[in-house]
Write a protein that binds this ligand. Structure first.
Ligand code: SF4
Ligand code: SF4
Length: 95
């Protein structure tokens, strides 16, 4: 399923989306994130899932625009470290 983490406000929509059908919880996206935004946890959306999944940490969900700002300032969309490292293409961003 599609798990969206983030929010929208007057300046736009800021969501990191994890496709839990693709994500196998490998954890490759964790160490490449300079802001410590991501974690691997139990799949809260599908209790029957065997794999864990990547998720945005609770403390970043309401400020993700700012947490991710260093990656967004000098890179074109889609080249962020978390997106680039994921071989399963399980991560997308809305902005
Ligand atoms: S790198 Fe991709 S498959 Fe691995 S935990 Fe992160 S989102 Fe999931
Ligand atoms: S865009 Fe950068 S700061 Fe945001 S989750 Fe991905 S690697 Fe981490």
């Amino acid at each position: 399923m599609i798990a969206n983490f983030g929010y929208k406000d007057g300046s736009g929509e800021f969501f990191i989306t994890i496709d839990t059908d693709k994500c196998n919880g490998c954890g490759d996206c964790i160490p490449v994130c300079p802001a410590g935004v991501l974690e691997v946890r139990e799949n809260e959306f599908d209790p029957l899932a065997e794999d864990q999944m990547a998720a945005v940490k609770e403390e970043h969900r309401k400020k993700i625009k700012y947490s991710c700002a260093p990656c967004k300032s000098d890179k074109s969309s889609g080249s962020e470290p978390c997106i680039s490292v994921c071989e399963l293409n399980a991560i997308t961003h809305s902005w």
